[in-house]
Ligand binder design. Structure first.
Ligand code: SF4
Length: 318
């Protein structure tokens, strides 16, 4: 079996809580996963579960507190800023809000040319040609290069955001809630564009979303996060057809089945997500879990391998 393009082991990102003497907030707490080249891992969970922080830590847009990230066979967690800059052309990001991530004073042509200049790729004439090509690839007219971000719709701006991410021909793209701000019909167009680009360019995606329907549409594998920890990971088909973790079961029970004859019992979770600054002891999910046992309140469960080539972190599986 080939080496995965991305291997994340024991990733942690802790933030100071801001209060003197208070424990740090463990936004990401010992998260591990692999992504094979050309595949998509969808990271899902409620707001505040640490999925976006995981995506940013993988790219070192924020510095991880601990753990390792191997990308293209190299441990990038220890790379100097200069070496990391060289690596960045291979690892790009698509943001949730394309308008906020595009400089309003720059033309779209300038926005798209910038990564090529930063990475010293091509001469000026070739860069202009690359900009026209990438606009065409994402379904925008090359004649739009002279326009500014405010002249575009939300969906068009996200196409620009995707064009900016792929213009350096990266291997890995982290998409952070990339379609959350868009209307449902536009969402489908952007998701289909991302899938087409994956086939054409052999891209690997880490796709972060709170929306299970979106995650299902794009993912080969799914990772479910809760309060900074990965509670379940496995192939898309197995996690959707036979979720193991009580939290995954509850999340999936809230989305409609594909066929109206199929009945899924809705599991309504009690309470809301606890404060990450003072998470529950033992299994973080225990105050909301319908299957909670005594051991769950004191001992954090360890990952257990599943038949679906993944793992589940729950005392029900020992
Ligand atoms: Fe529920 Fe216990 Fe499993 Fe946590 S470890 S999900 S509380 S059964």
């Amino acid at each position: 079996m080939s080496t995965p393009l991305l291997q994340v082991r024991g990733l942690k990102k802790h933030f100071a809580s801001g209060k003197r003497g208070a424990a740090p907030v463990k936004a990401v707490d010992d998260v591990s996963f692999d992504i094979e080249e050309g595949q998509t891992l969808g990271l899902v969970g409620e707001s505040g579960c640490g999925k976006s922080t995981t995506g940013r830590s993988v790219l070192r847009l924020i510095e991880p507190t601990a753990g390792s990230v191997h990308f293209m066979g190299q441990d990038i967690t220890g790379l100097s800023t200069a070496k990391l800059r060289g690596m960045r052309r291979n690892m790009q990001m698509v943001f949730q809000d394309p308008y906020a991530s595009l400089n309003p004073r720059m033309t779209i042509g300038e926005v798209l040319e910038e990564p090529l200049i930063v990475h010293q790729l091509h001469d000026r004439a070739t860069r202009k040609r690359k900009v026209a090509e990438v606009l065409d690839v994402v379904g925008l007219s090359p004649s739009y290069a002279g326009r500014h971000p405010h002249e575009f719709s939300g969906g068009q701006r996200q196409r620009v955001g995707i064009a900016r991410a792929i213009i350096t021909r990266p291997k890995l793209v982290v998409a952070d809630e990339a379609v959350s701000a868009l209307d449902v019909s536009i969402q489908a167009q952007i998701l289909n564009l991302l899938k087409d680009l994956q086939k054409e360019l052999g891209l690997t995606y880490l796709f972060v979303s709170h929306d299970l329907a979106v995650i299902r549409h794009v993912s080969d594998r799914i990772g479910v996060m809760y309060l900074g920890r990965m509670v379940e990971i496995g192939s898309c088909a197995s996690v959707y057809s036979a979720p193991q973790h009580p939290y995954t079961q509850a999340l999936l029970s809230a989305i409609p089945k594909e066929h109206p004859d199929q009945i899924r019992q809705r599991i309504v979770l009690q309470g809301s997500i606890p404060n990450p600054a003072s998470p529950p002891t033992g299994c973080h999910f225990h105050p909301r879990c319908p299957s909670c046992m005594d051991i769950c309140k004191t001992e954090a469960p360890l990952p257990k391998h599943t038949a679906a080539d993944g793992y589940v972190t729950c005392h029900l599986y020992r």
